[in-house]
Design a protein around this ligand. Structure first.
Ligand code: DOR
Ligand code: ZN
Length: 381
């Protein structure tokens, strides 16, 4: 069924297209080329279908390792990196650097991380609490079991990327991130004071405040969807599987706190789309997968938020500077250009309702992009 109502119409304060104080159609905005510090590129036919959308906008991307089987070793990360570059083709691959991550398990040998880093393959390691999300069953049940891994990472300066939710079924799904901060993250930071940690895809006012108050040891990524929609969007006119992701979208006050954090200029917050494609059939079913596919219009989506907040001048720092500084990597030297359009005009380019991206052995590969059917105020040219 086509979605009758764009989600933003249910979100007070989020009206894509409301012009900022100085933006007019045709106006251009140049930015240092951004990086995506958290993305799911998948594998096989899906990888071929989605990788180009990320490479078109971003110079680098931190690629999540939650494949089946998970990417845990230096060798599997190197092989996955090759598959990504092959999927892009030589020309596009030249301008794009996938930054690989290793999936932490309770049995992983710390020497794998040392080797992965020494070989220039593994940039960071990802902590999935077991059962927290898609392909997390091989993740970590007991954080103290991975103390040797975390000590090694602390020593070699490898960032830990955290899916910050408790998995205790007794905790309400909307509270799982806030509870994680106190129960798990605070003690973890105290046990490993030299460890660089990125709290991924934050969704709550509590997480934004926690990260802002922490020192330079801790940073956070923020997705476009958590800046655009609140939990009402999940049920706007019916059940809306395209907005279901983990951590789940929260109340409006949290969305507003995330907007303040992203546009604050605080270097602890940076861009990470958490673009997580699932084929349409896997979303629109009785037990649909978690994940928002936002890669095709990601920078445009962030630009809409920054304009609505009167903070376009802060977009470049959030998208292109804070991330590399935290990771200790150089800033990109190339630029991208965005052009303002009038989203209410008949000529405005709209986001397609569905992207038909070929097929594989299972079924046709159709994906519903975030902002489907909307016209966004900025277009990447
Ligand atoms: O919504 C999500 N989808 N959250 C995650 O943490 C994983 C991701 C996926 O891989 O589909
Ligand atoms: Zn993710």
């Amino acid at each position: 069924m086509a979605h009758p109502t764009p989600a933003h119409q249910n979100v007070p304060g989020a009206q894509p297209g409301s012009p900022g104080p100085s933006a007019s159609p045709g106006q251009r905005l140049q930015l240092r080329r951004p990086d995506d510090w958290h993305v799911h590129l998948r594998d096989g036919a899906m990888l071929k279908a989605v990788a180009g959308a990320t490479a078109r906008q971003f110079a680098r991307a931190i690629v999540m390792p939650n494949l089946t089987p998970a990417v845990t070793t230096a060798a599997s990360a190197a092989a996955y990196r090759q598959r990504i570059l092959a999927a892009l083709g030589p020309e596009v691959a030249q301008g794009f650097q996938p930054l690989m991550t290793a999936y932490l398990t309770e049995t992983l040998d710390p020497a794998e991380l040392v080797r992965g880093q020494a070989e220039g393959i593994v940039t960071a390691a990802k902590l999935y609490p077991a059962g927290a999300t898609t392909n997390s069953s091989a993740g970590v049940r007991d954080l103290t079991a991975i103390a040797p891994l975390l000590e090694t990472m602390e020593r070699i300066g490898m960032p830990l990327l955290v899916h910050g939710e408790v998995t205790d079924p007794a905790v309400d799904i909307f509270d799982r991130e806030a509870v994680f901060l106190e129960r798990q993250l605070l003690p973890l930071l105290a046990r490993h004071p030299g460890l660089k940690v990125v709290l991924e895809h934050i969704t709550t006012a509590e997480a934004a405040a926690f990260v802002a108050a922490a020192g330079p040891q801790l940073a956070a990524t923020i997705t476009p969807h958590h800046l655009h929609i609140n939990r009402n969007a999940l049920f706007a006119g019916g059940l809306r599987p395209d907005f279901y992701c983990l951590p789940i979208v929260k109340r409006e006050r949290h969305r507003l706190a995330l907007r303040r954090a992203a546009t604050s200029g605080d270097p602890s917050f940076f861009l990470g789309t958490d673009s997580a494609p699932h084929r349409r059939q896997a979303k629109e079913t009785s037990c649909g997968c978690a994940g928002v596919y936002n890669a095709p219009y990601a920078i445009e989506s962030y630009a809409a938020v920054f304009e609505q907040e009167g903070a376009l001048g802060k977009l470049e720092a959030f998208a292109s500077e804070h991330g590399p500084r935290f990771y200790g990597l150089p800033l990109n030297s190339s630029v991208i250009t965005l052009e303002r359009q009038d989203p209410t005009s008949d000529q405005a380019e709209t986001v397609p309702l569905t992207l038909e991206l070929g097929s594989d052995a299972d079924a046709p590969l159709a994906l519903v992009p975030f902002h489907a059917g909307e016209a966004l105020p900025w277009r990447l040219i």
